[in-house]
Design a protein around this ligand. Structure first.
Ligand code: SF4
Length: 443
């Protein structure tokens, strides 16, 4: 089995490790036998399956990776770098060049969302963001109500910058608050205070239609009671979307070095499970249930961009280390751009060659597409329509070759998969143990 590539979005998306109590009842999930099953009635419409034949514009999400930060946080394994200076004009020209080159490859598309991630894209000149929005609109057909999101660090925003980004077309910001407790922020090595974060949220409310913020929990010695209290306090600042990530110790980070020396202890599995359950309870009660393992929203306020990844739609990843999934000529391609900023800049600046900035572009087989769609879709509360898997599988035996029907029936009976005749869907308990569920059901 070829391991699917991760999505381009650089946000932390850890899987919870807890072993809390499950829900659900004995159930039967029946996989369709045919590769041409009609889509069932579905309250949460998915993007249309890519056709790639050029007969209708397939929708597309566009991700732009800005790889620079003011400092490196000790837990961060994203492709983010600290530089004394950045030639912003050269970077802008390179992004525009790559947008044009990618559009030459994809042909006509409907761009439904644009996401500036990083790194700290709020360090980007707002004029650069505006030039990128214009270039995306010129390269593809940017929907009138397209969701245009900018990740922002409270240490890298002010009134003028937010006004500039709003004028550039950004209509949603996602702020890396991480905590509203100064002690926790110091532990996390953040370069801002809780007061800075509250100020950034005030500005976000003023300048943008929609905003979200991230918090990190499962810090050393954090109890469920303490976390519930902090979360309820943070909810007073919330709009209609919040992302809540468990702290994970990733190889190559400063925290990993501390952890291997025994100088950093994170909550064990049981404690982490309790914290995850406290998160779900608190957010459910606040009217922002999880629509994905770490993402909570009022119904209708979900991140449309991120849903494209989780629903396994097409997305273009542009910038150092960005991944993409593009259907071209009826084939789905996995793309990955050069990771080192200076290498990417040099290659992305070359005119003409659509693949110049790419480190790899491989065709995704039908079986790999089913695996990827399951890995992404089971992160969400809505799961994956079985008809979608059948369409991706390409042949009647497509799904059965990669999914273990017996394991699916066992996990449904155990309450980890839902009793849903139309969808493969994890229950809340199943999402809490998603790595284990995937290991069981993927052949
Ligand atoms: S600001 Fe964000 S991207 Fe930059 S180092 Fe910190 S966690 Fe990583």
């Amino acid at each position: 089995m070829t391991a699917p590539l991760p999505p381009p979005q650089q946000q932390r998306i850890p899987l919870p490790l807890g072993e809390g109590s499950g829900e659900g009842s004995a159930a039967t999930v029946t996989l369709p036998e045919s590769g041409a099953t009609a889509m069932s009635a579905d309250p949460s419409p998915q993007p249309p399956p890519p056709k790639g034949g050029g007969d209708c514009p397939v929708s597309l999400a566009v991700y732009i990776h800005w790889p620079f930060c003011l400092s490196k946080c000790p837990y961060c394994d994203f492709n983010s770098h600290v530089r004394d200076s950045v030639d912003t004009a050269a970077w802008q020209a390179a992004y525009l060049n790559r947008i044009r080159a990618t559009a030459a490859r994809t042909g006509s598309r409907r761009a439904t969302s644009l996401y500036f991630g990083g790194g700290t894209p709020s360090l980007m000149p707002p004029e650069t963001a505006g030039a990128i929005v214009d270039a995306v609109a010129a390269a593809w057909s940017l929907e009138r109500d397209a969701e245009i999101t900018l990740e922002a660090n409270p240490a890298a925003v002010d009134r003028e910058r937010f006004a500039g980004f709003a004028a550039a077309g950004v209509n949603r910001v996602s702020i890396g608050v991480q905590s509203l407790d100064d002690r926790a922020l110091r532990f996390l090595g953040r370069n801002h205070s809780a007061a800075d974060a509250r100020q950034a949220l005030r500005l976000a409310r003023r300048y943008f239609d929609r905003y979200s913020f991230d918090l990190i929990y499962a810090l050393p010695e954090q109890t469920a009671a303490n976390w519930r209290r902090q979360l309820r306090g943070a909810l007073a600042e919330a709009g209609d979307h919040v992302s809540l990530y468990q702290l994970t110790v990733e190889p190559g980070t400063a925290f990993h070095a501390l952890w291997t020396r025994g100088d950093l202890a994170t909550p064990g599995e049981d404690a982490a499970g309790g914290l995850y359950e406290a998160t779900q309870d608190t957010m459910d009660a606040a009217g922002l249930p999880a629509y994905e393992i770490s993402n909570h929203a009022r119904p209708g306020a979900e991140s449309r961009h991120n849903l494209t990844y989780w629903r396994y739609g097409d997305y273009a990843g542009i910038g150092p280390g960005a991944h993409g999934r593009l259907t071209v000529g009826g084939m789905r391609h996995a793309t990955r751009q050069h990771r080192a900023p200076e290498v990417w800049l040099e290659r992305a600046s070359r005119p003409g060659d659509p693949l110049a900035a790419e480190q790899g572009s491989t065709v995704v087989s039908d079986a790999e597409a089913v695996i990827e769609a399951v890995m992404m879709g089971l992160r969400t509360a809505e799961g994956v329509p079985l008809a979608r898997l059948a369409a991706l599988g390409g042949a009647p035996e497509g799904i059965g070759a990669v999914l273990d029907r017996g394991a699916i029936a066992r996990l449904a009976a155990a309450g980890l998969l839902a009793d849903d005749p139309d969808r493969l869907r994890a229950t809340a308990a199943g999402r809490q143990r998603l790595n284990a569920v995937l290991a069981e059901i993927l052949r």
